[in-house]
Ligand binder design. Structure first.
Ligand SMILES: [Zn+2]
Length: 249
């Protein structure tokens, strides 16, 4: 474990937890500890698929059945995974901070919500949502899309996974930017720092005065931009960090 500036735990511009505004960014690392496969495996494949074959608009246009099967299988697999101590610690922090905590996640699973978090923005969409290409409506979806079911709103068979593919614009960027600008503390958990725009959040938050903390398994591509970095399992680092905050507050 590495702990740069360990004695200067960033607590932000204000002094007590009860007055702090915190934005937490979570990435694949936090879900991986629950057994959710990540697409940045060592072999560069995602469940045996090349990313460009399943996670781009071009792939969907060329082979919609293949893309549906991939996301249908991942949606079904959610039933076999559970939130881990990192997810649950963030839910405990929300119990204390309420509206002053926002979780922005790159993950498309529902583990934050199942742990109890309610203020979660899914910037890359959600497995449990379908988006209609005909009426642009969204509907919660727990079944499969590969049989090309009719949209409950407009009746047209035009539902796609409500996930942001490579080449598409992430969701909620205006709300995320506003939250980063208002934050006293920005915390990045389990992200590689390789995928923009999320990789730029630390600089955005810093530029507007936030203290910054990275909790990651290993040094990320943007570790040097953080005031403090801690390395280890999210399931250990996040509960410890939350316990520190709650003790201080
Ligand atoms: Zn529709």
């Amino acid at each position: 474990m590495v702990a740069a500036h360990r004695d200067s735990v960033p607590v932000g511009r204000r002094r007590t937890l009860v007055e702090m505004s915190i934005v937490v960014l979570t990435g694949a690392g936090i879900s991986a500890e629950s057994g959710v496969p990540t697409f940045r495996d060592a072999d560069g494949l995602w469940e045996g698929h090349r990313v460009e074959d399943v996670a781009t608009p071009e792939a969907y246009a060329a082979q919609p059945a293949v893309v549906h099967r991939f996301y249908d299988d991942r949606r079904a697999a959610l039933a076999g995974v559970e939130p881990n101590p990192a997810h649950r610690a963030l839910a405990r922090l929300e119990e204390r901070l309420g509206d002053d905590l926002l979780v922005v996640t790159q993950n498309i699973d529902d583990l934050h919500e199942r742990a109890g978090s309610t203020r979660v923005l899914h910037m890359h969409g959600e497995l449990l949502s379908a988006l209609c290409r005909a009426c642009e409506g969204r509907v919660r979806w727990t079944g499969r899309l590969g049989e090309f079911p009719a949209c409950p709103s407009c009746g047209i068979s035009a539902l796609r996974p409500d996930v942001v593919w490579f080449g598409e614009v992430p969701y909620e960027m205006d709300r995320i930017a506003a939250a980063l600008e208002a934050a006293d503390l920005f915390v990045s958990i389990g992200t590689s720092g390789a995928v923009y725009p999320a990789a730029g959040f630390v600089q955005h938050a810093r530029a507007h005065g936030a203290a910054t903390l990275e909790l990651n398994l290993q040094p990320s591509e943007v570790s040097r931009l953080f005031d403090e970095t801690r390395h280890g399992l999210a399931g250990e680092l996040v509960p410890a960090w939350v316990a520190e905050l709650l003790a201080d507050g």
